[in-house]
Design a protein around this ligand. Sequence first.
Ligand SMILES: [Ca+2]
Ligand SMILES: [Ca+2]
Ligand SMILES: [Ca+2]
Ligand SMILES: [Ca+2]
Length: 138
Amino acid sequence: MLVIVFLGLLVVALSLDAETSKSLYDLIDKNKDGVARLSDAFAAYSIVDLNKDGLLTPVEFAAGPHPGSPPLSIEEAFKFYDSRDNEKNDNVIDSGGVVALFDGLDGNKNGKLTLQEMKENYLPLFLGNQDGDSKEHA
Ligand SMILES: [Ca+2]
Ligand SMILES: [Ca+2]
Ligand SMILES: [Ca+2]
Ligand SMILES: [Ca+2]
């Protein structure tokens, strides 16, 4: 029984609180039609990309909104995306980082992100990859 209780607490700890998941969700659902799609995520990305060159520098990234950054610092979050985008670890985030984030959150891979998927997958996506698999150097 103790084990079950412990696992229950763990699940709770790995779920975002309702407020944070809602603000993250609103951030991604750029056209506010209630369904977050990859196209919405790209729209959000291009807003953070201040000089519109298709890449996020650490400065642009840090200036953008980070409602869900508690699990990682801004620097760690930047590295997280930069190690998962198309040109890995080159100190800029390209559009591949958006795809990696969206795919990681879209639990059932139907191309639509629900608030529930956001809530369940956001923290495990970041925290699950923090230790364990070391940095991939291509
Ligand atoms: Ca939308
Ligand atoms: Ca840029
Ligand atoms: Ca990169
Ligand atoms: Ca989905």
